[in-house]
Design a protein around this ligand. Structure first.
Ligand code: ARG
Ligand code: ZN
Length: 850
């Protein structure tokens, strides 16, 4: 039960806790419906503390008893926690509580998944386990005893003792409670070893459900690669004798970096060639790296409060993207990140959920694990590195680790290490952390025949509720200049735009250059420029920066699609010609060519139309995208069979970038071929496939061609026992449905006996997929909106976090026509009117509704 008016927490209200926690001892007596947790915690009042109140968070706990220094006490208990009179000297607090892991469907705190106990404590789940100052700036050393009949009993740190029915763990590194973890169950282990550079021998374990043993090898290798990379690139070594990873089927997010005991959504760690696609492998490698890298950026140095979440998440995303660039192809990774940023972060930053990378207030912190905090947070670090240079970046990071190890820090601490190592004033740069919204930068140019070329940048950030009066930012814009014959006459240089309007001059040029702007996507902005006719096609043919070259193709495709939608014209021949030359160019990486064949998403197109003052019609956008695909198929028709055949992989499947690139180009060719061959090739690939990448791409094509029935049945028969593969089976049918069938397909799948809606992965595979189907979700009759709303209402009391996250599907509602807006508003109001709606969902919908 919660308060009628949810409380808003403000960054400006931060006050430290009035006590140090010198040690924490926990004992768990596991039982599904009545687990007992005994805590013994040493508190010491802090000299000069402003807030001397002894308040311990606690939710859904049954207090059995409490004592101070052995004398029973009777605290004042509320639904949020307890207060108690305490002595003005160090004392030992002991409490016993009872909790109900089996009844915990929210998957926060201690819960059960397939008979196994596991925890998720970030951000504020520890208070559902016992009474505690559940805030990240309270760090302590934990000792944990687990009593239970399970063969595997795990917690953080190093194992101390292990006997029949009991285990004890000790974590020597002080940590906040959000990094606490416990796992108990019947699990099997895929073991490994790693020796750190200073010679520490580390036992690695990947714990999975019996039956999943065959899906561990890749994750284990990714862990070792991550450990090596962090030593080599950041000089960071692992600091315990054991590192455990556990795979769990029921999990709200991707994974969690608990100290020495990472817990993963099984979809983010289990992989095999037969059951996982190349995309899955790459994502798993990145998430394993991400959680491992948190050991230093998150655990050893943590956040002072949850407003500073980007301190660990932005940095750790940045680090995992560097890792992937090093392990695979840097340009392909960067382009993937740009696509992802535009798909997830830009809409957030441009809509009612816009918030700064470091938000200033929240009601439910779980609603701020967003693309803005994570991905824009990483972009901000990338810009910082671009501005100070790689050497200064390394020095600043060394200082960060040296100065702040063992501390709970702020963005101010983070920026100060850069100021101290470079002498640079980062006051203006800091606005990236405090100001919401995607900056627009308008570029104009001037050429005079004396050889002087100027570029003028005008920046503006649209005001939002979160940032009503945006100020100019420091924007690093990487620029190269090309001569009309395609030579690079000025190598990449970084222009620092700091003013609202600013001009840069290039002298001594023999002829008017063509600018290649925002190379490497050097800043998360929208670049606007009236490009002279033919120049984008020129850049597509000649740009020496792979990211801006890709961007040129993307721009041509987008502009052509927008013209098709608005004016009913045919696809742009220049785009198709340029594309053809690129795709046929065997000197280019196949993965890169596959990316070139991609189109801007339909939701991106809707955003563009709406920004330009045209109300987007999802059906028209769908039709234009289909017409463009047909045009690609036709224009490349003589190349496709060759592309397909030439990029088949000989020999056994490997999930590396080289093979994956070939498969992605072959897959792109197949999807165009299927438009003309009636599905013959897809059928053959489906029959012959020995890996999930090819099986799934064949299946997708068959569904799209309207010939999926037999293959879908065969796939279900083959894979019905594999949860992760069946998630794909559910999702694909929705994603690949015709717009007019998408809602009905999703609705039908929710009736399937295997639609276990309490499992977040399965729920997302159907309802999440529907929200990804632009024309389907926005069906004119509002059926997509009401189906989603029905399910959100049903899921909210069971799992508020997953419900609230999916509400963001509605965030773009003001783009659409009056009928669609009415339809969405009615659903938002219907959900909001639900009695006992969670704080999570209430906050999201209120912000979206405006
Ligand atoms: N710290 C985790 C990660 O990014 C995310 C966990 C957040 N979970 C949550 N329920 N808010 O690696
Ligand atoms: Zn993270």
């Amino acid at each position: 039960m919660r308060d009628a008016t949810p409380q808003t927490i403000h960054l400006s209200d931060y006050t430290p806790f009035g006590f140090d926690v010198t040690s924490v001892d926990l004992t768990f007596d596991l039982a599904p419906r009545a687990t007992r947790v005994r805590s013994k915690i040493t508190f010491a009042p802090r000299a000069g503390a402003a807030d001397t109140r002894f308040f311990l968070h606690g939710e859904n706990l049954k207090l059995i008893g409490a004592s101070i220094d052995g004398t029973p006490v009777t605290p004042q208990v509320t639904p949020e926690g307890l207060t108690c009179d305490v002595p003005d000297r160090p004392f030992v607090w002991e409490a016993e509580v009872e909790i109900d892991p089996q009844g915990n469907t929210a998957l926060e705190g201690l819960y059960m998944s397939n008979g196994m106990y596991c925890t998720q404590c970030e951000a504020e789940g520890f208070r559902k386990i016992t009474y505690y100052p559940d805030r990240p700036d309270v760090m302590s050393v934990f000792t944990v005893r687990i009593n239970g009949p399970h063969p595997v009993l795990l917690s953080n740190g190093n194992p101390v003792t292990r006997t029949q029915g009991s285990a004890e763990w000790h974590d020597p590194w002080p940590k906040p409670a959000y990094l606490f973890a416990l796992v108990a169950g019947e699990l099997v282990n895929h073991p490994g070893r790693f020796t750190t550079k200073s010679g520490r021998d580390v036992e690695l374990n990947l714990w999975v459900r019996p039956g999943d043993e065959g899906k561990c090898a890749f994750g284990m290798q990714a862990l070792k690669d991550s450990m090596t990379w962090d030593e080599q690139v950041y000089g960071r070594e692992y600091d315990l004798d054991v590192f455990n990873i556990v795979a769990v089927d029921d999990f709200n997010m991707g994974a969690m970096e608990n100290k020495g005991l990472n817990i993963f959504n099984s979809s983010a760690v289990l992989a095999s060639p037969e059951t996982s696609t190349d995309t899955n492998f790459e994502r798993i490698e990145a998430i394993i790296a991400h959680e491992y890298f948190h050991n230093w950026t998150g655990n050893r140095i943590t956040c002072r409060d949850w407003f500073q979440l980007c301190l660990k998440e932005g940095l750790t995303v940045y680090r995992d993207s560097q890792f992937t660039s090093d392990m695979r192809s840097a340009p392909v990774k960067r382009i993937g990140d740009v696509i992802d940023l535009r798909a997830r972060q830009f809409p957030e930053d441009q809509g009612p959920l816009a918030h700064p990378v470091r938000p200033e207030s929240f009601q439910e912190i779980n609603n701020f694990y967003t693309a803005t905090v994570y991905e824009k947070g990483a972009e901000v670090i990338g810009m910082l590195r671009t501005l100070v240079g790689p050497e200064a970046y390394s020095k600043a990071l060394d200082l960060y680790f040296e100065r702040h190890d063992g501390q709970a820090c702020t963005i101010e601490d983070w920026l100060r290490v850069f100021e101290d190592t470079t002498g640079r004033d980062l006051a203006q740069f800091k606005r990236w952390y405090s100001q919401a919204g995607t900056p627009h930068v308008k570029v104009t140019e001037h050429w005079d025949d004396a050889g002087t070329y100027t570029l003028t940048f005008a920046q503006s950030t649209p005001p939002s509720a979160a940032s009503p009066d945006p100020q100019p930012l420091v924007i690093p814009i990487a620029v190269g200049l090309l001569s009309p014959n395609g030579d690079e006459v000025r190598a990449t240089q970084v222009l620092e735009v700091t003013q609202a309007r600013q001009t840069f001059t290039f002298e001594g040029l023999a002829s008017r250059p063509v600018p290649s702007l925002l190379r490497g996507f050097s800043a998360p902005i929208v670049l606007e420029r009236d490009v002279p006719p033919g120049q984008t096609a020129f850049l597509l043919a000649h740009d020496t920066d792979p990211v801006t070259r890709w961007e040129a193709g993307r721009t041509l495709a987008r502009d052509s699609l927008l013209a098709m939608i608005r004016d009913g014209v045919r696809p742009d021949a220049d785009y198709l010609d340029g594309l053809r030359r690129l795709v046929a160019d065997d000197t280019l990486d196949p993965a890169y060519r596959a990316l070139m064949l991609g189109l801007p998403s339909q939701s991106d197109l809707a955003a563009r139309l709406s920004e330009a003052g045209t109300t987007p019609d999802p059906d028209a956008i769908y039709a234009a995208s289909e017409a463009m695909r047909d045009a690609q198929a036709e224009h490349l028709s003589d190349l496709l069979a060759g592309l397909y055949a030439d990029h088949q992989v000989d020999g056994p499947y490997a999930p590396d970038a080289h093979q994956a690139g070939k498969r992605s180009l072959a897959g792109a060719a197949l999807s165009l071929l299927t438009r003309t061959d009636g599905g013959t090739q897809a059928m053959a690939q489906f029959a012959a496939a020995d890996n999930m990448t090819q099986q799934l791409s064949a299946l997708a094509n068959l569904i799209r061609a309207g010939k999926g029935k037999t293959a879908l049945d065969a796939f279900e028969t083959q894979w019905h026992a594999d949860r992760l593969v069946m998630d794909k089976w559910f999702g694909l049918q929705v994603i690949e449905a015709k717009p007019e069938d998408a809602v009905a397909t999703a609705a039908r799948l929710t009736e399937h006996p295997d639609f276990n809606w309490k499992n977040p992965n399965r729920f997302r595979s159907v309802l999440g997929a529907l929200t990804q189907h632009h024309a389907g979700f926005h069906a004119a009759d509002g059926s997509g909106y009401s189906l989603l709303a029905d399910w959100l209402i049903k899921l909210d009391p069971v799992n508020p976090q997953t419900t609230a996250r999916m509400c963001s599907a509605f965030q773009t509602w003001r783009r659409y026509d009056a009928d669609r807006q009415d339809g969405i508003r009615a659903e938002l109001d219907r959900i909001l009117a639900t009695p006992e709606l969670s704080r999570d969902t209430t906050e999201m919908l209120s912000r979206i509704r405006g």
